[in-house]
Structures are given as structure tokens and as C-alpha cells.
Design a protein around this ligand. Structure first.
Ligand SMILES: *Cc1c(COP(=O)(O)O)cnc(C)c1O
Length: 383
């Protein structure tokens, strides 16, 4: 390794990003690929919105000018959207909103604002979204982890409480939870919420609601009483804008001010800000496909759950989580690896993580293929 690179980076494994690509590109093989590994929406933006966005670019965006570095119009539009879908006693204002280049950027800003310089460690409950741990490691921030119950993936709260009480030099400054969790698709339970409420206000609680539009459960209503909570959301999932990279944080104005201080001045390109505003202005049109995804999800869960070799969990998001639970010919771990490999070989990309497989709910055709392939693979290997 080059001698000037930080020595601990050699041990670090980066997040493996989605290969992506532009539709219409010649495929490497003749197998059509179902990209069900990153929980994107299967639906591109409607043509009329793309046309509107193209018009915005041509008529309103000056390519030679820096973007609005304060995101004023976008923060106002986000605040209105948050208020509309919450029952807040005090409405949120732009002072409660910070916008990031994806919520990934906000996760990093939160870490910088809280834990850097040896001031704090973070706590996560695995399996969960891997970016919290990965970003913490890139900043040299210690990551403490606890497990979840095997039955419903509730956090091991006794272990979490012990970690909070016993971790020193540095202490735990931030607890990250996802609501509903990825990859396991479960929303926070009452017990988990009670525990989060019981944490001292010296600990920041990050509640990542990336899948809020699917789950329709949120802790936003509690934010006015909880200055040490921050809710993260994204335009990458239900809003169908993963290509544009927009996430936002909702929190106490002092935390928002700290995030604004830390970020790069022009973190969000003008075109990206325009895309988010167009999406919010047409949110009914974009979000009206959510019931369809939920119906498909329930159908998929029901059908997969019929297979005796498989355990499938309920889902409050746009993906499902499953594990082979019995296997005649090999261990369940081997069965899991085989299932993931075979799905990929047949053209269904899934996320093999946390001792299970996460499959995004895609289009009707994709879901039919997912179901057929999982069943056929299980049967052919006589799990
Ligand atoms: C997809 C996802 C995000 C979104 O990240 P972006 O950077 O906004 O695309 C954030 N958190 C979780 C848990 C996710 O699954």
C-alpha cells in the first residue's frame, strides 16, 4: 500500500455498489437481469415528469451557476410533505430539515458531528443497514454491535442497554436503527421504542425511515419532545429517484445547524434539487403505485411461505427476507449460499446478507420469476 495512506484502511471493505448501467445498453449475456438487490422502485419516473424535468433543465437551470447551496425551496417543499403525512402539534419548518446527497451523506455528517476525534462510538443491531458501520470505520469511529432475536428480529435490548452502560473511552454517542429494518423488514416494536425513549439525551438516536412510504409508520410525531432524535428519509425508494441521490434529515434546529455546518457547500446539484421538487409536486402520481407493491409483496410472501424448506418473515417495506430452515442434503448455511448463487446465475440479483436473502418486490413479472426460481431451486436441490 502507498505509504501515505492511513494504515487502517487496508482492513476496510467498502460497500459493494450496484453495478447499475443504462437501460438499452447491450447486456453482457442474453439473460434478462432482475435487479432485486437494492430495494429501488421497479417503476421509472412517468414520461410526463421526465419531460417536465427536461424542460426545467433547459429553461430554468443555468449550468454555469452554482446550485442553491441552502436548498431553500426544496427544504420548504420537504417540510410541507412531512407535515402532511404527520400529526405534529408543532409543524416542522425548513429549520428542521437538512438535505444530503443521498441519506448516506447525512449518515456521514451525523457521525462527523457527534463521534469524531475519539469522542464517541456508535451502536448498531445486526443484521442491519451496513452503511452505518462502514462509514463509521472510514472515520475511525468504533462500532459496537448487538444481535437481534431470531424469531422477529427485535433488537436484543438487554445487550443494547449493557453496551450503552459499559462502553467507555469513547462512550456510545449514537444509536442507529432502521424503521422498518433492512434487511429483515420489521418495524420497531413497542419495546424497542420504549428503550429508545429511555436513552439519555446525551445519546443521539438515528431512526432511518428509508421505507416510510411503504410502512406508513413514523416517529416524526415524537420529534418535538425528543431533541436527541433524528429521522432520516430518502427519495431513492418510494419516490423513484435513486439515480438523483437525495436524502433528508428531520430534527431539532440545533442538530440541523450542525449538519449544515459540516456538509460540502454545494452538495446537491441543481438538477437533483429540481428532480426532488418535481417529485414532491407530483407525489400523488408517484406514490399511487405503492398499494400495488404492497399487494405484490403480500402475494409473494404468502406463496413463498408455502414451501416447507423456507422461512419467510412479514414485511413492512418493499422487500422480503427469507432463510432456508431445513435441508436434507446440506447445512442450512450451504443451502442459503446455493440459493443465492443459483438465483444470481438465473438472472435474479438478491442481497445475501445477515444469514438470509433479501429480495426486493419488483414488477409483477419480476416477482413471478422470483417465486418460480426460488421454488425450482429449492426443489431441484431437494432441500
Ligand atoms: C436505501 C436506504 C437508504 C437510502 O440511501 P440513499 O443514500 O438516500 O440512497 C438509507 N437507509 C437505508 C436503511 C436504506 O435501505
Amino acid at each position: 500500500m502507498l505509504p501515505f495512506i492511513r494504515s487502517d484502511l487496508a482492513q476496510l471493505t467498502a460497500y459493494t455498489p450496484h453495478p447499475g448501467g443504462i437501460s438499452g445498453e447491450p447486456a453482457a449475456s442474453s439473460v434478462p437481469i432482475d435487479r432485486l438487490d437494492t430495494n429501488e422502485s421497479p417503476f421509472d419516473l412517468p414520461r410526463e415528469l421526465k419531460e417536465k424535468l427536461a424542460w426545467t433543465y433547459q429553461q430554468l437551470i443555468e449550468a454555469n451557476r452554482y446550485p442553491d447551496g441552502g436548498h431553500a425551496a426544496l427544504r420548504q417543499a420537504i417540510a410541507e410533505y412531512v407535515n402532511e403525512s404527520a400529526a405534529l402539534e408543532v409543524s416542522v419548518t425548513p429549520a428542521n430539515i437538512s438535505v444530503g446527497n443521498g441519506s448516506d451523506e447525512l449518515i456521514r455528517s451525523l457521525l462527523i458531528a457527534t463521534c469524531l476525534k475519539g469522542e464517541g462510538a456508535i451502536l448498531v443491531a445486526n443484521p442491519t443497514f451496513s452503511m452505518y458501520g462502514i462509514l463509521a470505520q472510514t472515520l475511525g469511529i468504533p462500532v459496537m454491535s448487538v444481535a437481534r432475536q431470531e424469531t422477529n428480529f427485535e433488537i436484543d435490548l438487554a445487550a443494547a442497554q449493557a453496551a450503552v452502560e459499559q462502553t467507555q473511552n469513547p462512550p456510545i454517542r449514537v444509536v442507529f436503527v432502521v424503521h422498518p429494518n433492512s434487511p429483515t423488514a420489521n418495524a420497531l416494536t413497542l419495546r424497542e421504542l420504549e428503550w429508545l425513549r429511555s436513552l439519555p439525551t446525551s445519546i443521539l438516536v438515528v431512526i432511518d425511515e428509508a421505507y416510510f412510504e411503504f410502512s406508513q409508520t413514523s416517529v416524526v410525531d415524537e420529534l418535538p419532545q425528543r431533541p436527541n432524535w433524528v429521522v432520516l428519509r430518502t427519495f431513492s425508494k418510494a419516490f423513484r429517484l435513486a439515480a438523483h441521490r437525495i436524502g433528508y434529515a428531520i430534527a431539532h434546529p440545533e442538530l440541523i445547524a450542525a449538519l449544515e455546518k459540516i456538509r460540502l457547500p454545494y452538495n446537491l446539484p441543481s438538477f437533483t434539487q429540481a428532480a426532488a421538487q418535481v417529485a414532491l409536486a407530483h407525489r400523488q402520481l408517484l406514490l399511487e403505485l405503492i398499494p400495488q407493491i404492497i399487494t405484490e409483496r403480500e402475494r409473494l410472501i404468502h406463496a413463498l411461505a408455502q414451501h416447507p424448506a423456507l422461512q419467510v418473515w412479514p414485511s413492512a417495506a418493499n422487500f422480503i427476507y427469507l432463510r432456508p430452515v431445513v435441508s436434507k442434503n446440506c447445512s442450512t448455511t450451504e443451502a442459503l449460499t446455493l440459493l443465492a448463487q443459483e438465483l444470481k446465475a438465473q438472472g435474479t440479483l438478491v442481497r445475501h446478507t445477515g444469514g438470509g436473502i433479501r429480495i426486493t418486490v419488483g414488477s409483477t413479472e419480476e416477482n413471478a420469476r422470483s417465486l418460480n426460481r426460488v421454488q425450482a431451486i429449492l426443489n431441484s436441490f431437494e432441500f
